[in-house]
Design a protein around this ligand. Structure first.
Ligand code: ZN
Length: 174
């Protein structure tokens, strides 16, 4: 397993649409393990393959509490089949958009069809944090980010701020 670099805005790859996985083999299993290791290392609760620069429809999630047992979930080619009319609002962050949190309203419940790590088709109905996290990650597979929920002006400001952060070298006093 290895920890991969997470790409951040304004990297254009984040806007691209990921391609479906045709067959789940050793490479896909290795990628899933790397995604988990990268996600845990960054203290994230979800990570899509595109966030490490790989445009394939694979994502991993673990919404368990830090002191609880790990509950790793991986999804290949996930498709949202149904959503509730009820909505919930979370303040969402994203490993690809440092230091930014945005309140986003999404359907409270979603039903997803996906392929698991053994290549089997599965269905999952989820609620609460898992539902929101899954919708956030599936958005990544379609090139959509949380800042796309904002006006263009606000979005540009955030990207400008992050680009500036990246250019500034570390300040040291010696
Ligand atoms: Zn994200």
């Amino acid at each position: 397993m290895s920890i991969k670099d997470i790409i951040t805005v304004p990297d254009e790859t984040l806007k691209k649409i990921s391609k479906p996985v045709e067959k789940v083999g050793e490479n896909e299993k290795k990628l899933i393990n790397d995604l988990f290791e990268t996600m845990y290392n960054s203290n994230g609760i979800g990570l899509a393959a595109v966030q490490v620069g790989i445009l394939r429809r694979i994502l991993v999630i673990d919404v368990s509490n830090k002191d609880e047992k790990k509950e790793p979930l991986s999804f290949i080619n996930p498709i949202i089949k149904k959503v509730s009319d009820d909505t919930s609002i979370y303040e969402e962050g994203c490993l690809s958009i440092p230091d930014t949190f945005i309140e986003i309203e999404r359907p409270k419940i979603c039903e997803v069809e996906y392929i698991d790590i053994d290549g089997k088709v599965k269905n999952l109905k989820c609620d609460g944090l898992l539902s929101t996290c899954l919708q956030h990650e599936i958005n990544h597979l379609d090139g959509k980010l949380i800042i796309d929920h904002l006006s263009k002006l606000k979005k540009d400001l955030i990207i400008k701020k992050i680009s500036k952060l990246k250019k500034n070298p570390d300040r040291i006093i010696v």
